[in-house]
Design a protein around this ligand. Structure first.
Ligand SMILES: [Ca+2]
Ligand SMILES: [Ca+2]
Ligand SMILES: [Ca+2]
Length: 411
């Protein structure tokens, strides 16, 4: 029942461009309601183009960070008409193109007919076609973190030092460093976070980059909560945080939005910046295009940290957690007693384990809360990577694979 409700909500979220007839047909489709999974395909396809397909398209490169968002939106519009033109023989209408990419991936996402799919699969201009996919966060557990409001705090000692930040070697100023948080957005005016609103962007239709879920704000606080006299402190306090929203306020998102996020980051991030992706499918699902886009960001000298996932499973079967590159770090969830958390994923893609159980961090509406998951582990490593790097510090006491994870520590 709960699942049926979710499917309806999801259909509404992704329904832009469908007429009401198609939407109701989707809800009644038994193949969409019989499964227990909270993940599904969206009727959109993601198309990767051969490298020279867009060779006549010139990129706009903003020089001022204030223009990152507008320049990116503008070049997407141009690229949409360019792709419509290139593929006029396949009759892909402009209104059916739902995303375009030219930094982390060359390509686009579109609603396609079966006939168009068949043609494009044989098309020499096309490298890869893959169905889009929806993911959903588990309902966030908002366990308020007591005695930490931003009001009424007077002394330095009233700032709480989370156990996870201590365990990875303590805080080190992140001033001048940048972290891109690909998530539910960030509470943009949280008094304990330094968020760059002008560079933040949302790929969720009809929602701003402001977080009304909590998940992204929690991740952001672990990376960079300010060193002041209230709240919590992050691993890289005072670093600049940029919200790249790909999960809605209700916690659902599409792979095509995540590729847009990676594309936006590839266009605008500097070498040495870090990207945190505390997201992935709940059940086994891999997708080459999202892995490739993630690797392309890593190849630019930008660090990418990915949560291994919370399905008690081998993350080799999940994208983007399985993506491998020297700048990509997949992180498992460690408990306070230095064991692998029961829900944590494991497997060869895991590079380090980091604190992810009962983590104190920032929350929506200027608040604070505890949370648990690999989502909370990954941002510890993101903070380390922008303040000197990460190294191993002994091994977990328990693991579920035959390669015991190293615990992440400040380099
Ligand atoms: Ca603080
Ligand atoms: Ca890895
Ligand atoms: Ca392991």
């Amino acid at each position: 029942m709960k699942n049926t409700y979710f499917k309806i909500a999801l259909s509404i979220i992704i329904g832009t461009g469908f007429n009401s007839c198609q939407t109701s047909e989707k809800i009644e489709n038994p193949t969409l309601t019989k499964t227990e999974t909270t993940t599904t395909t969206t009727n959109d396809y993601i198309i990767e183009l051969k490298e020279n397909t867009l060779k006549n398209y010139t990129l706009d490169k903003p020089t001022n960070p204030k223009n990152f968002r507008s320049t990116y939106r503008e070049s997407n519009k141009k690229l949409t008409s360019c792709i419509t033109d290139i593929f006029k023989d396949v009759k892909i209408e402009q209104k059916n193109i739902t995303a375009t990419y030219c930094h982390a991936l060359n390509g686009f996402a579109a609603k396609l007919t079966q006939e168009q799919i068949t043609i494009l699969k044989e098309d020499p201009r096309v490298e890869n076609i893959s169905e889009d996919f929806s993911i959903a966060l588990e309902t966030p557990k908002n366990s308020p973190f007591k005695n930490t409001t931003s009001k009424g705090r007077k002394s330095q000692s009233d700032q709480f030092y989370p156990w996870g930040v201590k365990h990875v070697g303590g805080a080190k100023t992140g001033k001048g460093k940048t972290a891109w948080v690909v998530d539910t957005g960030i509470d943009l005016d949280h008094p304990d976070l330094n968020v760059s609103e002008t560079e933040s962007i949302s790929f969720v239709p009809n929602e701003s980059a402001n977080d009304e879920n909590g998940h992204g704000t929690h991740v952001a606080g672990t990376i960079a909560a300010k060193d002041n006299n209230f709240g919590v402190i992050g691993v890289a306090p005072d670093a600049k945080l940029i919200a790249v929203k790909v999960l809605s306020n209700s916690g659902t998102g599409n792979f095509k939005w995540i590729i847009s996020a990676l594309d936006y980051i590839a266009a605008n991030a500097k070498k040495g910046d870090v990207v945190n992706m505390s997201l992935g499918p709940k059940n086994r699902y891999t997708n080459n295009l999202i892995d490739i886009a993630t690797q392309h960001v890593g190849e630019k000298g930008i660090y990418v940290v990915i949560a291994a996932g919370n399905s008690s499973d081998d993350c080799s079967n999940y994208s983007p957690a399985r993506a491998e590159h020297k700048n990509i770090f997949t992180i498992s969830n460690m408990t306070k007693s230095e064991t692998l958390a029961p829900s944590s994923n494991y497997g060869t893609p895991v590079d380090y384990s980091a604190p992810g159980t009962d983590i104190e961090s920032t929350w929506v509406n200027g608040g604070y809360s505890y949370n648990t998951g690999t989502s909370m582990a990954a941002p510890h490593v993101a903070g380390l990577l922008i303040t000197g790097g990460v190294r191993g510090y002994g091994f977990l006491k328990t693991d579920k694979d035959n390669q015991i994870d190293l615990m992440a520590y400040r380099k």
